[in-house]
Design a protein around this ligand. Structure first.
Ligand SMILES: [Zn+2]
Ligand SMILES: [Zn+2]
Length: 256
């Protein structure tokens, strides 16, 4: 297992903080737009936040366990997957070199499937081959419009890699930039309110247990109220229903 449990916990808490910040922003904006409803918005915000934080606490352990199990399954699939056949380059017929293995979800059942990424450096072509045998060629220099060979140029500026493609045959042009500096960990480091917000939004065990107890008490109170309400309704229905009489064999009438 490559990741430690604390990394999964961090990912979960990060999501909790994001959810709660969005909620906070939403109510702050609502208060600005309608200052006269400030009190009611604050109350709604407090209530929603209370249940949201509690929900996140309740589901934390099981969600993280699910993620770990999911990753373990992927690792096992990747470790045991085998290239179904030797793959030849379509251009020079040499055997293509296996670069790496990846996985993806497939179908409605989200089945995990593994595919291999292979390359022929001489021809600068790539292909994906799935365990099932399916093959998909990746030819970066081939024009999508006329299939001729395009001119390609890649330039580096700082951490950005810019690729320009041009087809001299049909005039097709394309350019895209890949920023190599994009890193989530940097984003977290820059987040100055992270520690404070985590303490505000992620319940610790003591706070979490308190929430679960309060929620249980609220649930049982709700059930009691429902029972009282149902009894009241039944009584009202009975009082309002037309009364019937039962004629006994001896002729007596009994009111029901
Ligand atoms: Zn080749
Ligand atoms: Zn073209």
């Amino acid at each position: 297992m490559n990741k430690s449990r604390s990394e999964y916990e961090h990912r979960y808490d990060r999501h909790t903080v994001d959810i709660c910040r969005k909620l906070e922003n939403y109510y702050q904006e609502a208060c600005k737009k309608e200052p006269s409803k400030r009190k009611i918005y604050r109350l709604c915000h407090e209530l929603e936040l209370y249940f949201r934080k509690g929900d996140r606490y309740r589901n934390r352990r099981s969600t993280i366990d699910g993620w770990i199990e999911h990753d373990r399954e992927i690792e096992e699939k990747l470790a045991t997957a085998k290239l179904p056949y030797p793959v030849q380059c379509r251009f020079c017929s040499n055997e293509m070199r296996n670069m790496d293995k990846f996985w993806e979800f497939k179908g409605k059942s989200n089945k995990i499937v593994v595919y291999f990424y292979l390359a022929c450096k001489d021809c600068q072509v790539y292909c994906q081959v799935w365990e099932s045998g399916k093959r998909k060629d990746r030819i970066p220099w081939q024009c999508p419009d006329c299939q001729c060979k395009m001119e390609m140029e890649t330039t580096r500026k700082g951490s950005a890699l810019k690729t320009c493609k041009k087809c001299t045959h049909c005039g097709y042009k394309n350019a895209y930039t890949l920023d190599l500096s994009e890193d989530l960990s940097l984003e977290i480091e820059k987040d100055e309110n992270w520690v404070e917000d985590m303490a505000r939004f992620c319940l610790n065990d003591e706070e979490g247990f308190k929430f679960l107890r309060e929620e249980e008490a609220l649930k049982s109170l709700g059930e009691k109220m429902k029972k009282i309400e149902t009894k009241g309704k039944e009584k009202q229905e009975y009082n309002e229903s037309p009364k019937m009489c039962w004629h006994a064999s001896d002729g007596t009438r009994i009111k029901l």
